[in-house]
Ligand binder design. Structure first.
Ligand code: GLN
Length: 473
């Protein structure tokens, strides 16, 4: 059970002088200590968090505090924070100190959040189980024999086990939504271009988005409001105005929801996940939402297109880690070529190397047309097909993942099994739509289940208001 359920509750306690921010921070430090075995944190920022907590408490006392005063938040270890180590959970960046802050960190601090530490994740955010981290597996607090999901596994577990109120993750193909689902939390992937990627270590730049993992929709709405919007450091951020998401949470309307038939009928879908989703569809109908099953016949193309495009982008993005500019360097190499080879061979883990090789292959002369270009065309078809559904529907409903959290070690040896598990999350990633994972109770074994809703581009306001209503009844 979480001690504090939302920032609103914390802010009320602080303003009634029943709680101070330094005391709150001490509570979360103790929680982190008590849950060390889950391995969620790569580092706790004891010093800077305490300095910030004291400074914000003074501002609260003066009445000058920002919107996030009282929020203790963790950040995935691929988000840069000036003068703090950032590693992407890779040996390649072990000990690397960031010389600047990402836009998301700057905005958190401007609104007086306290950043408590950096959270474990799959290496360079590549994975779906947090088993590829150089710093070891993260464990699910619901059952430590199970994975927390990935790649933002540390972020999800930190919120699940009450080690901080909220966390930031990044989502390229599901890395906020799927770990949130495995850990019973709320995970929001905003529209591509809603939040700046400046200072976020790149995996696949045309997919990557920062997103919050929280235990209340209110906190997700507030964080999105603070983080979203134009940024001169990232030209892919949209200039679309940022709505007041928290203020609009009560405005939920009856929605027309399309259920992706092939996802519910998929053989891969676990029966308990299916049953929970079918029950949820019944209660949505009972509440007056209009539900229709719709066909999405491109389902089989989602995972191949996603892995061709993301590995291609990753092979380019990760070429900067060459042992010369920064990061891990082999010290015995006798030539420049050997230095590149050995630094990269020793600095990257197996999964990252697999993806660099795959990406280099699909971009190489002779294969570019057959793979990379074809996948781009498929991506366009997927986008168009989804856009056509949104002419008739407000929201699209699907599972987040085919199963609940699985055992540590079960899927990690078989890359294809692991990749196929991304089948439901990569659709909004390929199309750039916003999508949210919402908790749906537990299965018979007590493990969290989840459901996914996808909205039109930049309609996070509608998505969040719907989610608020969905969870409050
Ligand atoms: N599991 C997916 C992958 O490995 C998603 C990762 C992510 O969203 N960062 O690519």
């Amino acid at each position: 059970m979480k001690k504090y359920s939302s920032l609103k509750e914390i802010q009320a306690l602080i303003s009634q002088k029943q709680l101070t921010l330094p005391d709150l921070l001490a509570y979360y430090f103790k929680q982190i200590e008590d849950h060390k075995h889950l391995n969620a944190f790569n580092e706790v920022f004891f010093y800077s968090a305490e300095v910030q907590a004291k400074a914000v408490q003074l501002k609260i006392d003066n009445g000058t505090a920002g919107k996030l005063a009282g929020m203790v938040i963790g950040i995935k270890d691929n988000i840069c924070y000036k003068d703090h180590v950032v590693t992407a959970s890779s040996k390649m960046l072990d000990g690397f100190v960031s010389p600047y802050s990402s836009t998301v960190v700057t905005r958190l601090l401007q609104e007086d959040a306290v950043i408590i530490g950096r959270l474990n994740c799959d290496e360079f955010a590549m994975g779906g189980s947090n088993e590829t981290s150089y710093f070891g597996v993260v464990k699910n607090a619901a059952d430590p024999n199970l994975v927390p999901g990935g790649s933002s596994g540390g972020s999800a577990v930190a919120v699940q086990a009450d080690m901080c109120l909220a966390a930031l993750g990044t989502d390229t193909g599901g890395s906020v939504r799927q770990p949130a689902a495995f850990c019973g939390q709320i995970g929001l992937k905003p529209t591509y271009g809603r939040i700046s990627r400046y200072g976020v270590i790149a995996y696949a730049s045309s997919f990557d988005q920062v997103g919050p993992i929280t235990s209340s929709v209110e906190d997700a709405a507030l964080l999105l409001q603070v983080l979203a919007g134009a940024d001169e450091h990232d030209s892919t951020v949209a200039t679309v105005p940022v709505p007041d998401y928290p203020a609009q949470l009560q405005n939920s309307q009856k929605q027309k929801i399309g259920v992706l038939k092939e996802t519910i009928e998929s053989d891969a879908l676990d029966p308990e996940v299916k049953e929970a989703i079918l029950q949820s569809i019944s209660s949505l109908k009972a509440k007056g939402h209009v539900i229709e099953y719709v066909s999405f016949d491109l389902l089989d193309y989602l995972v191949p297109a996603y892995y061709i495009l993301t590995t291609a982008e990753a092979s380019s993005n990760l070429s900067r880690y060459d042992g010369v500019h920064y990061g891990y360097r082999n010290t015995e190499a006798k030539s420049l070529t050997e230095l590149y080879k050995r630094s990269r061979a020793e600095g990257f883990g197996e999964e990252v190397k697999r993806r660099i090789l795959l990406g280099t292959f699909v971009l190489s002369a002779g294969y570019y047309d057959a793979y990379y270009q074809k996948a781009q065309q498929v991506r366009r078809l997927i986008r168009e097909k989804l856009a056509a559904l949104f002419v008739d529907f407000d929201l699209i409903l699907s599972p987040v993942a085919p199963t609940a959290a699985f055992k540590i070690g079960d899927n990690v040896q078989d890359a294809l099994v692991m990749y196929m598990a991304d089948i439901f999350t990569v659709l909004p990633s390929l199309s750039g739509n916003p999508a949210i994972a919402l908790p749906l109770g537990n299965n018979a074994a007590g493990l969290p289940l989840s459901i996914q809703f996808t909205a039109k581009h930049f309609e996070e306001d509608k998505l969040l208001a719907f989610s608020h209503d969905f969870l409050s009844s």
